[in-house]
Design a protein around this ligand. Structure first.
Ligand code: FMN
Length: 578
């Protein structure tokens, strides 16, 4: 059904009239539409008109007399900006000047899409000439930046990473699916993407008005790095930080964690090259809900200019409180292209990236690393003393190496050693295996040098960990209370992904992804030893009621069976099979 007709219920609402590609036949549409799902439309609950109108799977609960709706989500990519990016006409004056200032060379995109459906992402492209400047020449390999399409491959890799090392096959599968884009070092030195020389309106950047959040000083003094004291400061100390989590750390999940006590949230990792191409799916990762009052965006890239340009872009177009560069991502698809944790082998590249990036924004820049790339060759300690001078406000250290993935416990002794070496003004954020308020107390309250901890899988398995830390207790949560949390997620999901058939399916999909973590929770009341540890894998057990038993199952069929009568999420066999 045509969206305009669906939304208004009026067959004349579509401005394309008879040339519209979608049907305007409301009766025919309703005749084949499945019955409404049980429950109330999430927009009706909010007292708003439902944007999905007749296509909403809860349309029977719509009311006519709603106040105009107002979206609580921001950071959408405007069509104008997307067009500029598609045409590579978007300008990056601050990044370009800074790259020039640092004596680095710019990487310019060459024809992308024609390349490589059949080319494995795991091999460098021999056709690409790489000319490296002083810093980079010492590196053993010539890296090309990769355009990892966000949709499935990266998410799949990340999902599998949720505790388990990846096997070669899975990487190859994912690599095959992703498109590769190759970049070439620009031999001509610095310059902007746009080669046009026509005179420009000084009040317009990229043909658009200069956003208010860009200080006017940026227009005149492009190369001057804002002194760290001039930056907005974020006090990370003792704030509960929900880690960036690809796929599962989606906006509805982060919203849920906010209701349960999280202070800081961060978007899912977005690849620089995809953002720079204006890929809508990648930009969706930058969305922010109004409840996310201390919010960071996380990006990942291999080269100083790619990262600096991306930061200039998101700085211009998005609302966020800090930007985090992921230098700890372990997945092959990212590492093989010189980004993520492979940067840990290239300290001079880290320096260039941080220096170039921090100069293009006045918002705090943070960096997330692992202890090292290779097991036994820790590197993070050598970064902490310098990274503040290069322009970072905080460093998050995940206490494992890339090689180690999730095997063995996070090395908190080493995280503490790093924190000891950090200058006073650098916030050190520890990360790894926090699963109870006692873990938190031991690592945060027990150290004057660690500002806070980031919580990842702990929040996925029991998002009420934030409440536990704030209230300093082990919460023996009932199955009914847990079900209410799932219901809340579902409501947020339908609001975010939509209450029409597609939105319901997407909500179901992400709910199932998440239930793959929640089933690992062992109720406090059943434990002989409290608290539970993240790496415990208990044998099958019976809960204190049927719902608790179903929630503990590792079978998706059991997760589903707990749901239909309670809140109408009936999963199709097809989805279950996936
Ligand atoms: C499913 C999943 C997705 C992740 N996605 C990201 C990501 O997008 N960016 C990032 O920096 N780290 C990501 N991580 C790593 C976590 O942020 C965190 O560093 C790691 O899980 C260790 O913390 P934990 O022991 O509390 O889980 C991800 C981890 C998992 C399990």
């Amino acid at each position: 059904l045509c969206v305009a007709v669906a939304k208004s219920g009026n067959v004349d609402a579509c401005k394309f009239g008879a040339s519209c590609r979608f049907t305007h036949d409301i009766d025919a549409y309703l005749a084949q539409k499945p019955a409404d799902l049980e429950g109330t439309c999430p927009f009706t609950v909010l007292g708003q008109p439902c944007p999905y109108g007749l296509t909403c799977r809860f349309s029977g609960t719509h009311k006519d007399n709603h106040a105009p709706s107002e979206s609580h989500e921001i950071n959408t990519l405007s069509k104008d900006v997307q067009k500029l990016l598609w045409k590579t006409k978007y300008k990056f004056p601050r990044a370009s000047e800074q790259i020039k200032h640092l004596g680095l060379k710019e990487v310019i995109k060459i024809k992308a899409s024609a390349l490589a459906e059949d080319r494995s992402a795991d091999h460098d492209n021999p056709d690409v000439s790489c000319e490296l400047n002083g810093d980079e020449k010492t590196e053993s390999s010539c890296n090309t930046a990769v355009n990892v399409e966000h949709d499935s491959s990266l998410c799949e890799e990340m999902d599998k990473l949720g505790g388990e090392p990846l096997d070669g096959d899975s990487v190859a599968r994912a690599a095959k699916k992703s498109k590769i884009e190759v970049v070439e070092i620009n031999k001509g030195g610095a310059g902007t993407h746009d080669t046009k020389t026509e005179p420009e309106d000084p009040n317009l950047v990229n043909g658009l008005e200069v956003p208010l959040n860009i200080p006017s000083s940026c227009r005149v003094d492009l190369v001057e790095t804002p002194h760290l004291r001039e930056r907005k400061i974020i006090d990370f100390r003792e704030k509960l930080y929900l880690a960036p989590l690809t796929t599962v750390g989606n906006l509805p999940f982060r919203r849920l964690c906010k209701t349960l006590g999280a202070d800081i949230t961060c978007g899912e990792m977005a690849m620089c090259t995809n953002l720079m191409q204006g890929q809508a799916s990648e930009w969706a990762l930058l969305r922010r809900h109004s409840s996310e009052d201390l919010f960071g965006v996380q990006i990942c890239g291999a080269f100083p200019d790619t990262v600096a340009r991306t930061i200039e872009l998101v700085d211009n177009e998005c609302s966020f409180d800090f930007v985090d560069i992921n230098m700890g991502c372990p997945i092959d698809l990212v590492v093989n292209k010189g980004a993520g944790s492979s940067l840990l082998n290239k300290p001079m590249r880290i320096k260039s990236i941080v220096q170039a990036s921090s100069a293009v924004t006045k918002r705090p820049l943070t960096v997330k690393v692992r202890t090292a790339f290779f097991e036994g060759r820790n590197r993070a300690d050598s970064l902490v003393s310098d990274i503040y001078d290069w322009g970072a406000s905080a460093i998050t250290i995940h206490g494992r190496s890339r090689q180690q993935r999730y095997s063995k416990n996070a090395d908190w002794d080493y995280i503490n050693q790093c924190a000891q070496k950090a200058p006073d003004d650098l916030h050190v954020i520890g990360n790894g295996d926090i699963f109870s308020f006692t873990d938190w107390n031991r690592h945060v309250s027990g150290s004057s040098k660690i500002s806070t901890c980031m919580i990842a899988r702990g929040a996925l398995v029991k998002p009420w960990i934030f409440t536990e830390i704030k209230e300093q207790r082990d919460w023996d949560i009932t199955s009914g209370e847990r079900l209410n949390i799932l219901k809340e997620f579902t409501r947020f999901g339908l609001e975010h992904w939509g209450s029409d058939t597609k939105g319901v399916e997407t909500t179901r999909h992400f709910l199932l992804e998440w239930l793959g973590y929640t089933c690992r929770y062992i109720p406090v009341g059943l434990l002989d030893v409290v608290p539970q540890q993240l790496n415990w894998r208990p044998p099958s057990y019976c809960g204190r009621d049927d719902l608790e038993t179903l929630m503990a199952s590792d079978s998706a069929a059991d997760w589903v069976s707990q749901l239909p009568s309670s809140f109408s999420i009936q999963l199709s066999d097809e989805l279950l099979a996936t």
